[in-house]
Design a protein around this ligand. Structure first.
Ligand SMILES: Cc1cc2nc3c(=O)[nH]c(=O)nc-3n(C[C@H](O)[C@H](O)[C@H](O)COP(=O)(O)OP(=O)(O)OC[C@H]3O[C@@H](n4cnc5c(N)ncnc54)[C@H](O)[C@@H]3O)c2cc1C
Length: 384
């Protein structure tokens, strides 16, 4: 698969390409953030129960469209007559991860002292986090949304906490880089408050397996600008891991957020805090201006393309196959274009990244490739 914006589009290639601009942009140096971490019982590298990959264990295959902008998400304020629109959309493959963080940046754009009612357009992960921060600041909130959970793109997400596929590193500006790091830091702390079964958030160990380690200055690199958000990051020696046939295995601990559980809990929270929810499409700016609020937060994801005419915004189709749950599997893997997250609603196998593809139909050839890739990978696991 090839994407002119992202270069060869697989997770490993992307990790490599996410390199130099990051450090060149003058990001902060690493400072461990450990406060508030929940107890971790990550899988030990050498005794991993294998995922049982076979077609007859499949329970569903789904696809979703990541709202991707090569230059990255948009958080900015725009005057529209006597109203203010604060945009917060275009999170690509990292909308779950960044949701609380870009919500913080967006809410900080309110005029000082503003306490009037706010309209939030969109009820995916970004709209919900934005609504909660507004409520915490004491503002009455009305959410306007075409679809609610469980019918949003956010419900399709895998839920790994890490800003993958958020932008093309060659298109990042220093200002965007600053926003990315600030949003990641805030969201990382906020999700830690939510660890537990109510929100479906837990810590797990991740293994990045390949022929060579991720580049030093890339987002998963040893000098990543997000290094302080990657506890336990280190390369494993062959005796420390069961992945035979791969020259490089890098581990880190991170959060896994189960979108079906998390989004339902967030929807409950905004309702309990008094949000009014109006279901329906906002068709254009004129319809928006007819609404009673004077401040709006645009959290419409891919919907912002039609609603606000953002030509840079494109779908990045992703497909996932779920196998029967395996509660004993408590680690995540990434190898090449493939990734596995052990969710309670099934073993999630990814994935694809197809630029400009608007179809929500699963592609059977892609499913077979994903199943084969994971079967071959987990067959090589040895006990050590
Ligand atoms: C296969 C796949 C795997 C992914 N894995 C991860 C992952 O592991 N980690 C991660 O962080 N992210 C992941 N993502 C990315 C993540 O799903 C998105 O970045 C995120 O869902 C975007 O959230 P959102 O709230 O902006 O958009 P959405 O969830 O699409 O919500 C948009 C909301 O706006 C509403 N809306 C749109 N237009 C209008 C309109 N005109 N009027 C009224 N309402 C409107 C919609 O109905 C909806 O309520 C993945 C995505 C896919 C597809």
């Amino acid at each position: 698969m090839y994407n002119k914006d992202l270069t060869p589009i697989n997770r490993r290639a992307w990790l490599r390409s996410a390199a130099a601009a990051v450090v060149a942009a003058g990001c902060r140096t690493a400072r461990p953030v450990r406060g508030g971490r929940a107890p971790v019982s990550p899988a030990e590298g050498c005794a991993l129960p294998p995922v049982r990959v076979s077609a007859d264990r499949e329970i569903r295959t789904i696809a979703g469209l990541r709202p991707y902008r090569p230059s990255g998400f948009v958080v900015r304020a725009e005057k529209a007559g006597d109203a203010l629109i604060i945009h917060n959309y275009g999170h690509g493959g990292g909308g779950i991860t960044l949701s609380w963080g870009t919500a913080r940046l967006a809410v900080d754009l309110l005029p000082p002292g503003f306490h009037g009612p706010a309209g939030v357009l969109g009820c995916g992960v970004v709209g919900l986090a934005t609504a909660r921060l507004l409520q915490e600041a004491g503002l009455p909130v009305t959410i306007y949304a075409k679809e609610l959970p469980p019918n949003t793109t956010s419900n399709v997400a895998g839920g790994q906490w890490f800003p993958f596929f958020v932008s093309d590193s060659r298109r990042r500006t220093p200002e965007f880089q600053r926003q990315l790091v600030a949003a990641s830091e805030f969201a990382y702390r906020r999700f830690q408050i939510l660890v537990g079964s109510r929100y479906g958030v837990r810590w797990i160990r991740n293994f990045v397996v390949g022929n060579e380690p991720p580049p030093d200055t890339g987002l998963l690199g040893l000098q990543s600008p997000l290094r302080h958000l990657l506890p336990e990051l280190r390369d494993l020696s062959p005796s420390e891991h069961p992945f035979t046939g791969s020259a490089s295995v890098r581990q880190f601990d991170g959060m896994l957020i189960e979108p079906p559980i998390y989004l339902a809990a967030m929807l409950d929270d905004v309702r309990a805090a008094g949000a009014v929810i109006r279901v329906g499409e906002v068709f254009d700016r004129q319809a928006l201006m007819a609404l009673p609020e004077k401040v709006f937060f645009n959290c419409t994801g891919l919907g912002a393309k039609a609603l606000f005419g953002d030509e840079e915004l494109i779908p990045l189709k992703g497909q996932l196959t779920f196998l029967l749950p395996q509660p004993e599997v408590n680690y995540a893997t990434m190898h090449g274009e493939f990734y596995m997250f052990p969710r309670s609603d099934g073993i999630l196998l990814g994935g694809t990244h197809e630029s400009g593809n608007w179809s929500l139909e699963p592609d059977l050839a892609a499913k077979e490739r994903i199943l084969r890739g994971h079967r071959e990978f987990f067959e090589t696991l040895r006990a050590c």
